[in-house]
Each structure stands twice: as C-alpha cells, then as structure tokens.
Ligand binder design. Structure first.
Ligand code: A2P
Length: 280
C-alpha cells in the first residue's frame, strides 16, 4: 500500500501575526546590533516614533500555545525609506534580545504597525537650534530624525550628542553621520549647505576617546558649550529631545528645566521632549 504521509507536503510553518522579513543584520559590538526589515505597505510614521516588535516565545509546555514577546523599538530609518531599520542592545538573558540578536536575513519578526511616541517635531515649538541628546541605543530615534529634511528646514543648527561606555558603541552613529553629510538627496532637497548645520558631539565614559565624560557633566562644567562654541541652552532659541537610559533622562530633564525649558507633548508642544531608550 502506498504511504500517504510520506507523499504529503511538509506541514507549512504557521505564519507569524504581523510578520515582516529581515533583510539585513549588522553586529556593531558584542552588545549592539542593527537590522533592517520589510515595511508594511500601510505603515506611515513620523520620524522619531516607535513600534512594537518581537518574536514568538516557545510554546507553553502545558497548553502548547506560544505568545509573542514584544518590546517598543524606535524606528531608526527615515519615514521616506522603503524598509525599516532598528538599532538594538543584546542582553544575554533579556527575554527578547537574547533571541533577536540571532536573527538573519530571511527570518521573520513580528511588527505591530501602530507607531507612537513623543520624540517628534510636532511636540516642539519652533526654535533656532535643536539638541538631540542620546546614550547607547537611545541614538535610534535620532538616526531617523537626522535623515528627515524637516529637521534642517525647521532649525538653523542641529546638535547631536551621543554618550557611550566604549568607542565601538559610537560606530553606528558615526557612520550614520558620515553618510548624512554625503547624502546627495538631502542636499538636493534642503540645499547644499545643510550638512554645515549638523554638529556631532560623541563622548565615552569607560574607554579612552578624544572626548571623555558624561554629556551631563560636560554641560555642567561648560566644556561641551565651549567645545561647540555655543551658549548654554536658552528657552527662547533652543529645543531638545532626550533618549537614553533612565538615570540619564532624569538627570538631563532636571538640567533642561534649570535652563528654563519645559516638557512638551504631541497635544501641547513646548521646548523639550524625552523618551526612554529600550533596555530588554
Ligand atoms: P557611565 O559609564 O559613567 O555609567 P548604559 O550603557 O549603561 O546605558 O550607559 C550608556 C552611557 O550613559 C554610559 O556612557 C553611561 O556613563 C552614561 N550614563 C549613565 N547614566 C548617566 C547619567 N545619569 N547621566 C549621564 N550619562 C549617564
């Protein structure tokens, strides 16, 4: 008798809900990686927003059912890009990143297409200079905003500070800044001189680099302002977005309030906004 099972096609793997396909993965250090994936055709977002992404957990041994493990990830790519880009930490025992760090091109991830967030131009009043303050993977939303023409149209000066523990952790940001400075499309859209508006201030705290120290300390001592040749923040002219670890966000928020800046929101734009960088 013919063996029916052997002739049957292999059972198709159940498709993930809201699945997108990974197109590229880059490992920057043993703690950091970035990846790109397909973009849902219907997904519209504002630069600086985040979405929930994740993978399916192992099935529950009792019920046999698996649940998704989802986390909020800032979209690092600009809103005009065909694909989406994300920049992530790898936490060895993190529920999501311990698995996500092993994804490869062709794998599927879950992406809930509902973008939200406070690090958006709409939450700020018009100003002359915008500061983007990041630590670690908090650089991600700024990777999107720095590639958005509106950032250069709205401000005369754009300063991005990035504080990391080690030099290798600055590489993703450094390469992005270099690529923006040579971006012909942005130059065409906003004018040749747009790159002169962009100032990059990277610092490290645990490994030797040209500029060492936490950005908060460098501002308090006045060193950062002297290096950049600008006055300390002024609520009349300066706007700011903060994205980093919790302690950094709280400390910098207090400092900005001391300079006289007030926290804004989508519904009530003011002088600065803040969001926590994702830590698994
Ligand atoms: P430090 O090395 O002195 O702790 P992490 O990788 O832990 O998220 O930290 C990223 C960077 O943020 C590190 O360089 C760290 O400096 C810095 N950092 C941590 N807490 C603060 C804070 N309260 N203010 C400013 N920088 C901070």
């Amino acid at each position: 008798m013919k063996d029916i099972d052997a002739a049957a096609p292999a059972k198709a793997k159940p498709a993930l809900p809201d699945a997108q396909t990974v197109t590229e993965v880059k490992h920057w250090t043993d703690r950091l990686f970035s990846f790109r994936c397909t973009r849902p055709a219907s997904l519209r977002f504002r630069s600086g927003e985040f979405v929930m992404i994740g993978l399916m957990d192992d099935p529950d041994p009792k019920t046999g059912k698996a649940k998704p493990i989802l986390r909020a990830y800032s979209i690092a790519s600009p809103s005009w890009d065909d694909e989406l880009e994300f920049y992530s930490i790898k936490v060895p025992d993190g529920p999501l990143t311990s698995r996500l760090q092993h994804i490869e091109a062709g794998d599927e991830i879950i992406l809930r297409p509902k973008p939200v967030g406070t690090l958006v131009h709409d939450a700020l009043l018009p100003g002359k200079r915008i500061w983007f303050f990041a630590t670690g993977t908090g650089f991600a939303p700024f990777a999107s905003l720095l590639r958005d023409p509106q950032t250069y149209e709205d401000y005369d000066e754009v300063i991005i500070t990035h504080t990391c523990r080690e030099v290798g952790e600055l590489q993703y940001g450094k390469e992005l800044i270099d690529s923006i400075r040579q971006d012909e499309l942005l130059a065409e859209l906003i004018g040749e001189g747009f790159a002169d508006k962009l100032r990059y201030y990277p610092t490290t705290t645990r490994e030797e680099s040209p500029k060492m120290g936490r950005i908060t300390d460098l501002m308090r001592s006045g060193e950062a302002f002297r290096d950049l040749g600008v006055e300390p923040l002024n609520p009349e002219t300066d706007r700011a977005m903060i994205c980093g670890n919790l302690a950094f966000n709280l400390e910098l928020k207090d400092m900005l309030e001391e300079y006289g800046l007030e926290e804004g929101a989508n519904s009530q734009p003011k002088q600065y906004v803040v969001e926590k960088a994702f830590l698994d």
